[in-house]
Design a protein around this ligand. Structure first.
Ligand code: ADE
Length: 245
């Protein structure tokens, strides 16, 4: 994980990221990338996503990629050969800043990891299935292991989609108003302040006066206070983590 974020020499005027995803279920991942912000990011030429069907790298007739685990026990394990062949094929075409394995025993995804990954040019993501992948693949190729939470999904695809969404929206130019990513929850380890839109009064409930004042500095102070209050109440662990407590 150390290598994430060390990369600073990006062209400041044009950022482009390529993400390769190795999966047994590319269909499962298509819809998150074909709508809204992620779709627009691809249309603007800021990101390219390429899916690679792991089965295409199986050499047996049945195109199977999994096998029983040594030592016994329930659940199949994805074997070394197809994954190795797929990764090496991709590495022969470009070098990757990170090769990420989605797994429940990885480091839990947070905004800091997403920020760091958004600086990368080329990312390769491996999605696991069944009991996971042979440990030797993790030892030889994987630079980061990422979990999206302490629960087990049927495979890494949905987790990889979550990771990609969190990363792609941070690439400069993807969001129309770039500053809106900076004021998201978790940037600076604080939850975002409450937001309001018209009408200024609804069912007797008023939008806080300060937001209608047009006074930029006062609004900033109010928002910061609200962020602190919310974080103290809902996620005091974040304040402890960042020494803000
Ligand atoms: N694969 C299965 N469960 C997962 C999780 N929680 N995070 C990342 N990848 C996974």
């Amino acid at each position: 994980m150390d290598r994430i974020g060390n990369k600073t020499a990006r062209n400041p005027y044009f950022c482009f990221m390529r993400i390769d995803i190795i999966t047994l279920l590319p269909e499962l991942m298509e819809s998150p990338f074909s709508v809204s912000i992620l779709k627009r990011a691809a249309e603007k030429g800021l990101v390219e996503i390429h899916f690679h069907q792991l089965r295409d790298f199986a050499t047996n007739k049945q195109k199977s990629v999994d096998d029983y685990q040594y030592g016994g026990g329930a659940g199949m394990v994805i074997g070394v050969e197809p994954i190795s062949a797929c990764i090496e094929h991709l590495q022969s075409e470009r070098s990757y800043d990170e090769i990420i394995y989605m797994t429940p025993d990885g480091k839990t995804l947070n905004q800091g990891i997403a920020n760091s990954l958004s600086l990368c040019d080329n990312i390769l993501i491996l999605c696991g299935h069944y009991k996971g992948v042979d440990q030797r693949i993790r030892d030889k190729y994987i630079s980061s292991e990422i979990s999206i939470g302490d629960f087990v999904l049927s495979g890494g695809e949905l987790a990889a989609s979550v990771l990609c969404d969190a990363v792609i929206r941070l690439i400069p130019g993807v969001l129309n108003d770039e500053s809106s990513a900076l004021s998201d929850s978790f940037q600076d380890n604080l939850l975002a302040p409450p937001v309001y839109t018209r009408p200024a009064e609804w069912n007797g409930m008023k939008v806080p006066e300060v937001l209608l004042s047009g006074h930029g500095a006062k609004i900033e102070t109010w928002r910061h206070e609200q962020s602190m209050e919310r974080t103290k109440k809902l996620r005091p662990d974040l304040l402890k983590e960042s020494g803000l407590e």
